[in-house]
Structure formats: structure tokens, C-alpha cells
Design a protein around this ligand. Sequence first.
Ligand code: SF4
Ligand code: SF4
Length: 441
Amino acid sequence: MASEKQKPDLPSAFDAHHPPAIELIEKCVHCGFCLPVCPTYVLWGEEMDSPRGRIYLMKMALEGTAKMTEQWVSHFDACLGCVACMPACPSGVEYGKLIEATRAQIERNYERPAGDKLHRRLLFETFTKPGRLKLLRWPLLAYQKTGLQTALRASGVFKMLPKSLAAMDALLPQVRPTEIVPPVTPAQREKRKRVGLLLGCVQRAFFSQVNAATARVLAAEGCEVVAPLKQTCCGALCVHAGEEAHALELARTTIDVFEQANVEIIVVNAAGCGSNIKEYGHLLRSDPAYAERAKRFATKCRDISEILSELPPWAERKALRARVAFHDSCHLQHAQGVRDQPRALLLQIPGAELLEIPEAPLCCGSAGIYNLVQPEAARELGDRKAKLIAALQADVVVTGNPGCVLQLQSSLAGTNRQIPVVHTIQLLDLSIRGKSLDALR
Ligand code: SF4
Ligand code: SF4
């Protein structure tokens, strides 16, 4: 019989650089309260695809009783990192830190198949580089405007291609004219705050209208808005996928750039980026030059709905009659605990009727690059969410993350209801400018 004494002698499957912490793992009392909110457990009912099962797998690897086999890794690849399990956990298990550490270990110590590796590399080399994303606008525009996209979709060719390619096509954003956010947008009337605006990567390249709306609303509410030209990706996608070294480099640059901008608050309108920046203190904890600065920086970060809830409204909200379905992005509701603030903003709009989407804690399947690397599970979750939304007979769907916008647009395209999906701030901007929903089309 293997005695308890032998366990410490087994080599851990993890290296010594920040393995998932045993004190966090041991907080799990195996109660199972997290199971009903875990999307992968809801889909497949498999213990090892639940938070409790994954924590157990981490413990086994840490103690050397499990190795990083293909199967072991697959349970972590299948995790959306949506952290719905955290608010559901009565023991306060910080699953976000555990999965982040485990993923970094996997990327350093597990040899992925060559095709898988290349696919991931391509995604990171594209999605974390706003300049490269912008270059993609032209071929994408040609693909959409020449009718090639429609023809290929109608031909059924995507059924014969790898699922990841079909997923990529289904998720392509509609290319729209770029709206420029100037480096400084002056406050209208009196200046209440000087804020920095994180422009994001996908947001900057394909949803520039969201950044423009954010700057307009903040200015109308008395904020001077600084959008530093030198800002890069904040590193969110890298952190969530275990690309730690790259994430650290991007986090340091983001801190440097916004410190130089001398702003009181950093406003973020992409939930995935906000949840990442709020954890910079943890990410940079071992870097003597940045650890303290990262902690301070994180406390200055606010989602756009948070900062607007802190400022009593100055700008008049004009009537906008619409049935509005609000989708909670996981990185807003679970990771940042921001649920009431976006709803409160929507309720400020006269004529807007707020509709709650059932199963709100369940992820829509977006989750960073999840819908590109795990297309089948993402599609199942997206279709499930789209059905629930379609039944609400909403005029518009709003949410707080560009990834969710793309995933919901793509999923709703499969229903018989074509509903626009936009960011919360766009609706508030329309109301302040006295425009109707038609301005979104
Ligand atoms: S992060 Fe989401 S998918 Fe992963 S274990 Fe937690 S609830 Fe499940
Ligand atoms: S709810 Fe928390 S303590 Fe209970 S099984 Fe899930 S992670 Fe473990």
C-alpha cells in the first residue's frame, strides 16, 4: 500500500515557478455547490469537467500522482475560465488563480501537437497586436463586400473544413467605418475627473464605435478622456491562456503608458481586459520593479459601468423605446462582481425596458479564444444562449465585452430573429444624443 510518507517523494508534474498553490487547492471541501453553474459540467455531466474535478486533478499533479497526459490537459483546455464557480463557492476557492497557474504550467511543460501549437501561436500573434488586426480589416472587407463570404457559406464548404476554420468564419466581425478616439477628449462643461481609456485590441480594430461612444459619454459626464497612443494589448488573452511571459511584458507596458498619462482612473470597456488589469498585482507579484506599482494600478481600474455609477449623471437621457435584453459577460459578473451597475445605467434611459436572460450565470461560449480552440462546446453554449434570448422578443441585446458581442451575433444568426448585439455604452450614448436604434445599423 502506498503510504502517506511516500507522497512527498513523487515528482510533481509542475515546475517550481508558481505552481497552483496547495493552500488554495485545499480550500475546496468538495461540496459541489459550484457544479450547477459550471458550463462544461452542465453540458457533459462529467466530474473531471467540473471545478471540483479540475481542482482534484491539479492536486494529483502537484503531488505527483497524475502526469500531464493528453487526457489530463484536455480537462483544463475544456474549461472556459469563466469563473462562474467562484461566486458559487461557499469556501472562497480562488479558482481563477488556480486555473491561470495551471495553464501557465501546461504551456511551459506540455508538448502540444504541432498543428495545435501553430493555431494558438497564430491567434496570439494576431489578437494581441492591434496593428495586425487593423491590417486585417481590408481583406475582411473585401471578403464580405464581394459576396465571397455569402457564397462560401451557401456552398457548404465549411462543413468539409476543420471546425476551427468554420468557427473563425462564423465569428468574423462585420467591418464598419473606423471612428477615431483622439488622444485627449475634453470634458464638456466642468471637469470632474481626468480618466485614461484602454482601447483594447479587438475593440480598437473592429468595434471602434464602442470606444468612440465611451469617450463621448465620459466627456458628457464631465471627464477629460486620455487615450494614450502608445498603449498596447493589456495581456488578457495571454493570461487566460497560460502565456505568462508574454502577459507580463504587456502588463508592464500598460502600466508604464498609463502612469505617464497621469490619470486618476483607467476606464475599461472590455470585461476580459478589466478583469485582467484588476489582477495585475497578483500577476506581477514576483517583479520587484513592478509589484507595488501593479497593485496601485489595479485599484485605479474601473469598468465603464462602474465609473458612470460613481458619477451622478449630468447629461440628459432622452427617450429610447426598446426592449433591451442584458447579457452578463462572465468576466464582468463573476470575475469583477459587476452586475448591478450596467443594469442601473440602462434603467436611466427613459423608455428602455430591461429584460433578464434566463441562466444568466452560464457563459455564452466566448471566453477569450475558447470559441476558436474549442468550437464545438462554444457552439453548444452559444446556441443555448441564443434560444433563450430569441424567446424574449428583444429589440436589442446589450453586453459589456467584445468577445460576447461576436459570439452572440454569430449564435443569434442561427435563430429566426435578427437582433442587433451592442455594448451597453452604445445604448447610453444613443440616449444622450437623442438617437434611435436605427443609428446602430
Ligand atoms: S471556470 Fe467556468 S468552465 Fe471552468 S471550472 Fe469554473 S465554472 Fe467550470
Ligand atoms: S463550491 Fe467550492 S468548495 Fe465546493 S466543490 Fe466547488 S470549488 Fe470546491
